[in-house]
Write a protein that binds this ligand. Structure first.
Ligand SMILES: Cc1ncc(COP(=O)(O)O)c(C=O)c1O
Length: 442
């Protein structure tokens, strides 16, 4: 089979980008230079660059050239190489942890050791967890208006694993997956790994453009849509009831599945009911104990439509079999003794305080966020480059994610995503003032 010349050239550049040989922010040769270097026509070089941009690997900036896009979410010096003492604040990833949690863990481990059936912890957990664990999560979900039998809830190794499980179950390789034009980067990785065809749907701070989703459904046979209706990451929007009803109607009319990522949903107790409640027969509800308890536990869950329970079980057997028995025993204990409930209300209050501090420091620079969210979106001036701003911030000890890491369309996302949950309050305040200084001058 003959490979088009543009494809051969774009494949070679793509391989160098993916291997890290061409790091984020690298300026690529001009179209003319590329043509000369590979002995190809100018139009072929232009086509090769278009293919790279369509694949989300590069971004063109008018008058400045073509640059390698930041695929990692962070383009500054390797975060692990910044000495801890120089690190003012990590605003790149939300890892909330309350001061009293290590103590609570010690207590729970002691209780588990003295009262628990330790032999059972050494046996493998069945795919999806034990029935009592599934029942504990199902009961917890009643508080969110999700009413399903325990058999429809499977435990996973975190929301990322839930996401992979849902997409591996419903979408065949090459299948179009509708997702927001700015979305959680982890879904891009799954789509790549599972060879899906991610198709961006326009979105903004007021939500996913549902007319655009409908237009996409009319032109292509979408197999699933990945959405974050409550506290979207990175934009923070919350879809209202009528938008959720419309999503469910579209899913039914065009016969596709919904993958609803509710990782941050616990932070907004006043949000409209879950998509799962509007279309239970086709919604995979992705949840996690990473943000409301602790990310190190690696326990999440997936609510599965009845028709897909067996298929999900097969995927779990293929990917991880069961979950960590000690971590799932801890989570089950904390679900039933009220710890999760208490942690969630503390986190809701904490997120509001942190968000207020960020708005206070950055609102006049264009920072936008939902008052309940643990993150926000800081659009940068047209002449500033996200990856360069992130690098300057990292050099001053503040780690952030660049907007490009969240983009699924070739359009440039010239912004920073600030995650507020990880640092102490003092570190956060200092970090935000450094962001203000650097972005104000960018
Ligand atoms: C929207 C979203 N979904 C999923 C995840 C993955 O969560 P987990 O740690 O449970 O795998 C994250 C983590 O930040 C997230 O922001």
């Amino acid at each position: 089979m003959r490979i088009e010349r543009s494809k051969a050239v774009s494949d070679r550049i793509a391989a160098s980008i993916r291997s890290g040989e061409l790091p984020a922010g690298t300026r690529l040769p001009t179209h003319r230079e590329l043509a000369r270097k590979h002995g190809i026509a100018l139009a072929t070089a232009t086509k090769a660059y278009r293919e790279l941009a369509d694949a989300g690997l590069t971004v063109g900036e008018r008058g400045r050239g073509t640059f390698v896009r930041d695929l990692s979410g962070f383009a500054g010096p390797d975060a692990r190489r910044i000495p801890v003492t120089d690190r003012v604040a990590d605003l790149s990833f939300n890892q909330p942890l309350a001061e009293e949690q290590p103590l609570a863990l010690r207590r729970a481990l002691r209780e588990l050791a003295s009262e628990g059936d330790l032999a059972s912890l050494l046996r493998q957990s069945p795919p999806g967890g034990h029935m009592r664990e599934q029942a504990a999560v199902a009961t917890y979900l009643l508080g969110r208006g999700i009413d399903v039998p325990p058999a429809n809830v499977v435990l996973t190794n975190g929301a990322q694993h839930s996401l992979d499980t849902a997409l591996a179950t419903v979408a065949r390789p090459g299948a179009p997956l509708a997702l927001d034009s700015l979305t959680y980067p982890g879904v891009k990785l799954v789509a790549q790994l599972r060879h899906l065809d991610p198709v961006p749907v326009r979105c903004g701070t007021d939500g996913t453009d549902l007319d655009a989703l409908e237009a996409l459904c009319r032109s292509r046979r979408v197999s699933a849509a990945y959405l974050m209706p409550t506290l979207h990451n990175p934009l923070g929007f919350v879809l209202d009831t009528s938008a959720r009803e419309r999503v469910a109607e579209l899913a039914r009319a065009y016969d596709f599945c919904l993958v609803e990522d509710a990782t941050y949903a616990f932070l907004d107790a006043a949000a409209a009911p879950a998509l799962q409640a509007f279309a239970p027969e086709r919604t995979f509800y992705v949840g996690s104990f990473s943000k409301n308890l602790a990310p190190g536990l690696r326990i999440g869950y997936l609510v599965v439509p009845t028709s897909h329970v067996d298929a999900v079980s097969r995927v779990l057997r293929a990917t991880s079999w069961g979950v960590d028995t000690v971590a799932s025993a801890l989570v089950t204990r904390w679900l039933t003794d009220g710890t999760v409930h208490a942690m969630e209300s503390a986190r809701r209050a904490d997120a509001r305080v942190r968000q207020k501090a960020a708005v206070h420091e950055l609102a006049d620079l264009g920072y936008r966020a939902h008052p309940c969210a643990y993150h926000g979106w800081l659009a940068l001036p047209d002449d500033a480059r996200g990856d360069l701003v992130a690098r300057t911030l990292a050099e001053r000890g503040v780690l952030v994610s660049t907007g490009d890491a969240f983009a699924t369309s070739p359009e440039r996302a010239n912004a920073l995503r600030l995650a507020l949950a990880t640092p102490s309050m003092e570190q956060l305040i200092r970090g935000l003032s450094i962001v203000r200084e650097v972005v104000g001058f960018a």
